[in-house]
Design a protein around this ligand. Sequence first.
Ligand SMILES: Cc1cc2nc3c(=O)[nH]c(=O)nc-3n(C[C@H](O)[C@H](O)[C@H](O)COP(=O)(O)OP(=O)(O)OC[C@H]3O[C@@H](n4cnc5c(N)ncnc54)[C@H](O)[C@@H]3O)c2cc1C
Ligand code: SF4
Length: 328
Amino acid sequence: MTPFQYHRATDAAEALALADAAQCRFLGGGTNLVDLMRQNIEAPAALVDVSRMPASIEEEGNGGLVIGAAVRNSVLAAHPVVRACYPMLSRALLAGASAQIRNMATVGGNLLQRTRCSYFYDAAGSNCNKRNPGAGCDAIEGFSRYHAILGASEHCIATHPSDMSVALAALDATVHLASATGTRHIPLVDFHQLPGTTPDIETVLKPGELITAISIAPSAAAAHSRYRKVRDRSSYAFALVSVAAGLDIADGRIRDIRIALGGVAAKPWRAFRAEDVLRGEAPTRDNFIRAAETELAAAKPTEANAFKVELAKRTIAAVLGELAGERA
Ligand SMILES: Cc1cc2nc3c(=O)[nH]c(=O)nc-3n(C[C@H](O)[C@H](O)[C@H](O)COP(=O)(O)OP(=O)(O)OC[C@H]3O[C@@H](n4cnc5c(N)ncnc54)[C@H](O)[C@@H]3O)c2cc1C
Ligand code: SF4
């Protein structure tokens, strides 16, 4: 590991004052960044530890939540308002990693965790455009069972591994950012970027910019929601495909619907096309399958992950069917 300086910030203002935009990285629970530093994939000159910033979950009058970036994943999953009004978020968090890692991992760090593509982690032996722009991508002709089927490019087919982010995409969450020049708010669906020609650029975050919080707003679809993660083992494994969905039915028609997919793209994939097919329609299995097929029509899998296309369609239809069944 390359030597680095360590600073500890007690609030956002101190974190920004300590940060040197070009050289510094913020440290959350360290469950991803420290692994990457140990393997010399990342080598920041300085870390500003933001895991001890105030970790509050503020309840707004309307049932909305403003979740501090330093809130631990396990704390957020267990929060009574999250469990009652945003069950897909609680379930997504509990589907991730292990209890020990969830106790360490922070909301800010979870959003920014890096891909689990094995070639990305193999700095000594593999070519990777994300790690070393212009080097090539060994995954495209290699082991790609876990890789993307939507929104990939000829430069990178990695997926984003976060479960939490998939639920937040479906919930229309907003990311709160702060820097030396001010604050800004970004819809979560616009926060992560598809690889295009620059897979090394993963989000719209600027150097030295700090995630301070995430906010979510209540809705009937958020309250009647679910997260299902399909994986090779029933715990401690990343998603092959996951679905976060919420459904609001009135007078036998779908009034509001939210669907996001994990394990299929370089960002949490909001299934806007499927939502458009279903809004105003009857909540039937045929309509759910038609919507899933519309969303997956653009899929471009590799030979090794072609199974994900059918898996995603069936998981979407199954989760929506469960939600609709509970309202029948
Ligand atoms: C064995 C294992 C299994 C796992 N399984 C899963 C899984 O199934 N599902 C899943 O979703 N995740 C899984 N994870 C990943 C885990 O959820 C992430 O490592 C964790 O969420 C990262 O949070 P952290 O606070 O530890 O981030 P860190 O490692 O501290 O940081 C990650 C990144 O975020 C940046 N950062 C942190 N906080 C801020 C901030 N406030 N502002 C700006 N930048 C910030 C850091 O600079 C770094 O780039 C697994 C991890 C391991 C080790
Ligand atoms: S898929 Fe992306 S992360 Fe994986 S080797 Fe290719 S460029 Fe690197």
